[in-house]
Design a protein around this ligand. Structure first.
Ligand SMILES: N[C@@H](CCC(=O)N[C@@H](CS)C(=O)NCC(=O)O)C(=O)O
Length: 198
């Protein structure tokens, strides 16, 4: 049985949304980060970074939302959350799946801390470039890969909603609005939202 280690109102949201989309049976294990449960030795054996979300599936154990999305999409192809390795969409899928931790998250931290890093040195380019590139990629839609919804939308959608709607760190744009509305309309998103509220 898949076990998801999560804490309310945290970055666990993407993994909850993923598992709700997947239709797979899973158990949620409350790991309250306000009480330090993420630093317990038994949890550190699952995610040595001491952060939620983390997941176990039999003998497999891993932390980090994008890694969890990759694992579930590949391990359970019947969920249709990931283009197969030989599908031409696979390349863009991987790029967008990791765009959230690789570019959206660091761009948000840059905005929040007001720390200026030269775009040629920063691995994510710049916050402006990150959101301009995303705007262009979402223009056609409906999803980041076009007609096909995938786990990449879970990472991009939750990152964007976090940055634009929840924390209002990033000004919205018409393509973002349309995309965020589509994400929020998904029944699995709505179930995840209720669960993640705790
Ligand atoms: N890169 C990780 C980040 C996870 C993360 O930052 N989790 C936070 C909650 S939002 C956490 O567990 N914080 C507790 C701590 O660091 O002690 C992911 O996307 O899963």
């Amino acid at each position: 049985m898949i076990k998801l280690y999560w804490s309310p109102r945290s970055r666990s949201f993407s993994a909850i949304w993923l598992l709700e989309e997947s239709g797979l049976p899973y158990e949620r294990v409350l790991t309250d980060i306000t009480k330090g449960a993420q630093k317990a030795p038994e949890f550190l054996r699952i995610n040595p970074m001491g952060k939620v979300p983390a997941l176990t599936d039999g003998d497999a154990a891993l932390g980090d939302s994008a890694a969890i999305c990759t694992y579930i999409g590949d391990r359970y192809p019947e969920t249709a959350l990931a283009p197969a390795a030989n599908d031409p969409l696979r390349a863009r899928y991987l790029q967008w799946l990791f765009f959230s931790p690789g570019c959206i998250e660091p761009a948000m931290i840059q905005i929040f801390t007001k720390i200026e890093v030269p775009a040629s040195t920063a691995a994510w380019g710049s916050a402006t470039q990150t959101f301009d590139v995303l705007d262009q990629a979402l223009e056609k839609g409906p999803w980041i890969l076009g007609e096909r919804f995938s786990a990449a939308d879970i990472m991009i959608g939750s990152g964007l909603i976090f940055a634009v709607r929840r924390f209002k760190m990033v000004p919205s744009r018409p393509a973002f609005e349309r995309y965020m509305d589509l994400c929020e309309a998904r029944p699995a998103y709505q179930r995840a939202d209720k669960i993640a509220a705790g």
